[in-house]
Design a protein around this ligand. Sequence first.
Ligand code: ZN
Length: 144
Amino acid sequence: MDYQNEFKQRKPSPQEMMDLAEKARKLAYAPYSKYQVGAALLTKSGKIYLGCNVENASYGLTVCGERVAVFKAISEGETEFEALAIATPSRRGNGPCGSCRQVLREFCNDLTIYVRKEGDKILSFQLTDLLPKSFGPQNLDGSE
Ligand code: ZN
């Protein structure tokens, strides 16, 4: 996609990442909740993966946009991430759900997360603040 070439030479700004998340949001499949979410995930190698939520009539099989972006990146061989922008219909500064925080934590000790606030301001959070004392792969090593 053209935005991948645009960001080969420089990192996208938070606004540019949010614009890409908004682009992904337009593709959301959310006929049940009507809560369309888009995500743009920046890898340490400088690539961006987009995701949108994909709902299901069974409800329980719904996958969030953030996780779709992560799974797309992982399936392309990317495992190191730098930032994530999330576009939602809300201007409350909604962050990722608990499940997505845990999935992000699997691959990132920390990550910058951009969300929108009223007036289209962009707020940034750190994953370590959103998921304190988290459980990750390092917790499985068996040492005390
Ligand atoms: Zn989620």
